[in-house]
Design a protein around this ligand. Sequence first.
Ligand code: B16
Ligand code: MG
Length: 215
Amino acid sequence: MKVLIFDLDGVIVDTAKYHYLAWRDLANDLGFDFTEKQNELLKGVSRVRSLEILLNIGKIELSDKKKEELLVVKNVEYLEYVNKMTSEEILPGIEELLNFLEKEKIPFALGSASKNAPLILKKVKLYDKFAAIVDGNDVSKAKPNPEVFLIAAKKLNTNPKDCIVIEDALAGIQAANNAGMTSVAIGDKELLHEADHNLSNTNELSIDFIKKMID
Ligand code: B16
Ligand code: MG
């Protein structure tokens, strides 16, 4: 039986915009600018690695202690946005798809780099739908390492080859491919050309598309 593993940010909800606002404020406080284009580099990347990339852009070197402090500052601001989230922010077509999977008894899990994933799912009222949730708190190796998706497969009692991963980040597509799973990319087809299937946005992640994938 085929199962689905969903990434969170960029697939279920668009929290990338909140990550961006919090990272940009941090960059501005450190005295440099951070553009939306540069923010693309942080998609699917862990919080710690995101700070490293940001500091590289600003050409700033800091002590480990200072970096720890900044990670907290960034997350506190990010959580202010998250705490205001509602179900309205679920990306188009996702709720219908999850309802269909539930009805058909097709198991699905979350495989996200975010340590805030459980909170976000609770805010948008999807937490109880997932058979398993694997997030940034459960993994020691970040995407493109397949760890997050392999743990999810284990929790669903399924072989990797029967897992279909829905992802919006290059590191996530590579993680799915490295796990030996089928990868479906949402977003820029050129950037995400390593995926087995490419869709432009979540509207294209239709019930018909999924039916063909699981048959
Ligand atoms: P947090 P995903 C990822 O979520 C985001 O895409 C990435 O931008 C973020 O840095 C990462 O989660 C860590 O998030 O700071 O909340 O632990 O796309 O893997 O669902
Ligand atoms: Mg993502």
